[in-house]
Design a protein around this ligand. Structure first.
Ligand SMILES: Nc1nc2c(ncn2[C@@H]2O[C@H](COP(=O)(O)OP(=O)(O)OP(=O)(O)O)[C@@H](O)[C@H]2O)c(=O)[nH]1
Ligand SMILES: [Mg+2]
Length: 444
């Protein structure tokens, strides 16, 4: 993909709408706008809009016929989202207008339709955004829950990048101090050099590890959702509870024991958080081959869930199920409370009578969400690679703990900054050189 091309695409969603936004980016963006305003090749174009001023324009095809009455705004490089010359066209949002304007753009020399993510890729390559911000933008566009919106906005705004850069700068400073001694005789090295530098490296590793453990756990749950499995004997009311929680008939409910065969996951929003509720096959010994597979899946779903709701009716607690769930976080829920009184249970529900659902939800929420960790305090590091690279950096710094050699110490620090740099997509060599040179005077 060449960056010499000028790319264009519909940036708003397709289909019928009041407005559509078509974006152009690249060296030919202004010329393309000029052509759309001029119409026939060689015709004189009205003056282009001033940068950053939205202006009413007539868009014309190459025979001078009106494509649409629109609005246009120009951004001059590098002061744009991509860092290149950008034009945005606000047209009427009908499929016919969108198709006609895109066709007119395709016909212009040097223009091509953008690949998926290509505007953002250009923004990254032009240094407008780092990798963590790019991911935040992607997550914001995909956000379905309020928590996802809040966290991805903070990531886009640099909450993760700034912290990672601060840690990286601290390690680069340590490494610069270490490398500065490499060309000097050992006897000049202060006696406390190794203990001090190693102590600072290890302390930093601890700060990083503790700041990220909690953040990654919660941020990953915000991004991917929590998983809550509904488990219990056949006919206990699992599918009925799922339907009630989802407020629609997703799962089949019958009075035949063994109705649900496969695990079925339904996303619900709980106080702004995404929760995937998994309905499972009733747990019992069975000779039916299909049901047996369902039972295996139910056990797997329970064991990989963040929380299990163990549904219990008047038949009581099945000890076999208790054994399956021994390693799970479990809330016992007494079902069908219109038929019996599960007074020994804190959470009681009757889907039939429509009672107790709020209590189920508030109990689930209390179990899943730690009151102490607010979304506004944690680092938005929901992706596995964030946790992975921080862990690599922590491991590399922790290795400093028993090193007695300058070059090896610097090597561990380089590994740590390299790992952190991969989170933001930064290369680290120049930074170290700059740092070293800026801290030493000429002639030393
Ligand atoms: N009276 C009463 N009946 C209920 C209640 N909840 C579910 N039922 C009935 O219990 C029967 C079984 O309900 P399901 O939701 O299919 O139970 P399940 O646990 O999914 O069953 P399997 O899929 O077979 O494991 C159905 O006839 C439901 O209408 C309730 O709160 N009160
Ligand atoms: Mg069922």
């Amino acid at each position: 993909m060449s960056r010499a091309d000028t790319i264009f695409a519909l940036s708003s969603a397709g289909g019928r709408a009041g407005l559509a936004v078509i974006r152009l980016s690249g060296p030919g963006a202004d010329a393309a706008l000029e052509q759309l305003l001029a119409g026939a090749p060689g015709a004189t174009s009205p003056a282009l809009p001033k940068p950053r001023v939205l202006q009413r324009v007539d868009l014309l095809d190459n025979s001078g016929l009106l494509l649409d009455e629109a609005m246009a705004v120009r951004f001059v490089a590098p002061h744009s989202f991509t860092g290149e010359a950008v034009v945005e066209l606000y047209t009427h949002g009908s499929p016919a207008v969108i198709r006609a304007v895109l066709a007119a753009l395709s016909a212009l020399a040097g223009m091509r339709p953008a690949e998926a993510g290509e505007f953002t890729q250009r923004a990254f390559l032009n240094g407008k955004m780092d990798l963590a911000a790019v991911e935040g933008l992607g997550d914001l566009i995909d956000a379905q829950t309020d928590a996802q919106r809040r966290l991805s906005l903070r990531q886009l705004g640099g909450a993760l990048s700034h912290q990672v850069q601060a840690w990286r700068a601290a390690i680069i400073a340590l490494r610069a101090e270490t490398e500065a001694w490499i060309d000097f005789p050992d006897e000049d090295l202060p006696d406390d050099f190794f203990p001090t530098v190693r102590g600072r490296a290890v302390a930093l590793a601890q700060v990083m590890a503790s700041a990220t453990a909690q953040s990654h756990r919660l941020a990953a749950h915000v991004r991917d959702g929590f998983t809550v499995a509904l488990v219990g004997l056949p006919n206990v009311g699992k599918s009925s509870l799922l339907n009630a929680l989802a407020a629609r008939d997703v799962a089949i409910v019958t009075d035949v024991a063994g109705t649900t065969r496969d695990a079925l996951s339904v996303p619900i929003e709980l106080n702004g958080f995404l929760v995937n509720v998994v309905d499972t096959a009733g747990l019992r010994a069975t000779t039916d081959e299909v049901e047996a597979i369902g039972v295996d899946r139910a056990v797997q779903a329970a064991q990989s869930a963040d929380l299990v709701l163990w549904l219990i009716d008047e038949r009581g607690e099945d000890p076999e199920i208790g054994r399956y769930l021994s390693a799970c976080e479990v809330i016992k829920v007494a079902t069908k409370q219109d038929l019996w009184a599960g007074s020994g249970y804190e959470v009681r529900v009757s889907v039939q009578a429509g009672s107790g659902l709020d209590h189920v939800l508030s109990t689930v929420q209390a179990h899943l969400l730690d009151e102490r960790s607010s979304l506004d305090d944690i680092l938005p590091m929901g992706r596995q690679r964030h946790a992975h690279h921080v862990q690599q950096a922590v491991d590399a710094l922790s290795r400093c703990g028993d090193i007695e050699e300058l070059a090896l110490l610097a090597e561990c620090m380089r590994d740590a900054t390299g790992a952190l740099g991969r989170i933001t997509g930064t290369v680290d060599v120049e930074d170290v050189l700059d740092h070293i040179f800026s801290r030493f005077c000429i002639g030393k």
